[in-house]
Design a protein. Structure first.
Length: 105
């Protein structure tokens, strides 16, 4: 198992733990960011790891309680960190790329 500071370049602390495999995903709250997974089977989404420690808000968890999607507001924007090993949904891309402000991926 590989753990460490793979995300040490982010403006907040995030620790990543590699563990590839399918996981059931559960949302912690209703949030526009969870549209990232629309169209996927939430009972078995491929993930490449988890975030055991972070300074953000957990939006999605595995059944065992591991963070899979983390959101952190930074200035006027936000950072989303996910270990979901799938393409973002069309709805997510449309929502986050069609705005009045610049969106960086």
């Amino acid at each position: 198992m590989c753990t460490g500071d793979a995300y040490d370049w982010l403006p907040f602390p995030v620790t990543y733990s590699f563990a590839y495999g399918p996981r059931a995903v559960h949302y912690t709250c209703e949030n526009e960011c969870t549209t990232l997974f629309n169209g996927y089977d939430l009972a078995a989404i491929e993930c490449d790891g988890t975030f055991p420690e972070h300074d953000g808000e957990t939006l999605a968890l595995s059944v065992s309680g591991d963070a899979l999607l983390v959101k952190k507001t930074v200035g006027d924007g936000m950072v989303l960190v996910t270990s979901i090993h799938e393409y973002p949904s069309a709805e997510f891309l449309k929502r986050f790329t069609c705005s009045d402000k610049e969106t960086l991926f």
